[in-house]
Design a protein around this ligand. Sequence first.
Ligand code: NAD
Ligand code: DAU
Length: 332
Amino acid sequence: MSRLLVTGGAGFIGSNFVHHVVTNTDDHVTVLDALTYAGNRASLAGIPENRVSFVHGDVTDAALVSSLFSKADAVVHYAAESHNDNSLDDPRPFLDTNIVGTFTLLEAARIHGTRFHHISTDEVYGDLELDDPQRFTESTPYNPSSPYSSTKAGSDLLVRAWVRSFGVRATISNCSNNYGPYQHVEKFIPRQITNVIRGIRPKLYGAGENVRDWIHADDHSSAVLTILDKGVNGETYLIGADGEKNNKDVVELILSIMGQPSDAYDHVTDRAGHDLRYAIDSTKLRTELGWAPSYGDFESGLAATIEWYQAHEDWWAPAKDATEAFYAGKGQ
Ligand code: NAD
Ligand code: DAU
């Protein structure tokens, strides 16, 4: 049994990871989460109290972080400001949490010698042309586009520097776009599902040609556990499930699964600096660590996600109106 500290464990992917750990291991989890607009304690409901402890606090609080590291065997760092559209509106919190927060955790890992896994994104690599045969690999040069992705790139580089300069025992993973339960309604897939439930037409940025490489959040979790178990300190692993789809196809699939005409959506103002395409080559993770995704079929994973949102309006409804008001103010 290990004692895991999970930052951002009340967010989308962090809470999916906590559920995955409780279901698949004997580990005890302590969640450190500031409960920003994106954090929700209800995402951890139903987990037995002897398996998870919750600490309401900030990853930039060095004294708190140090005390929690002293009691952990390993730390998985999910906490972040995660939404590109918000980073275009107000970048400052992205610098505080993603850069200063990661620095604060790395200092604690240095002092306490704690094993540290840093969760990052494929967006650090910039974007690809639609017809580019190459996908991102661990050796693709960093080229982030947005305030969000540039702060994630900066946090990755801090981890690499703390490994090389101070011998911190750390790994990094860069994953593609996640979908599944507990995702905030600001994000593309939950926004469109909850729009349809509410009788609002889905909103597609620009022409909808942008491609994202979708992976179920539970597959992201199994990959992170694999890296914690078998990953080599100092190494980076890309996580992806060969799930490339353009946004137009995803909206039309959501409408079709939900029994609506497949053209019942609106094109709205495009995102500034909108990355065209992400695509992950996860060969290293699969061949060196033996990981493989379980959710092979995007359509059935999406259908299960739609059912989850239909059954959990109490979870997402409190955030829906404010989210749509934010987008309406931007013509989106
Ligand atoms: P999210 O926005 O749903 O959750 C973020 C969580 O972090 C929330 O619970 C929030 O309360 C918490 N948090 C924010 N600032 C904090 C602070 N200063 N101190 C403590 N807690 C704080 O994000 P997500 O989509 O679950 O993403 C989690 C991680 O995974 C991020 O690091 C993100 O960059 C990375 N990632 C996300 C995706 C994706 O598709 N969503 C893909 C690849 C990587
Ligand atoms: O690639 C990994 C990244 O995926 C993570 O690092 C980020 O934390 C996560 O938010 C996600 O970033 P994206 O910007 O790709 O996700 P988002 O859900 O915001 O948008 C997905 C695509 O859908 C993108 O091309 C923009 C488009 N979009 C989004 C919204 C909210 C729409 O067309 N309409 C919308 O209403």
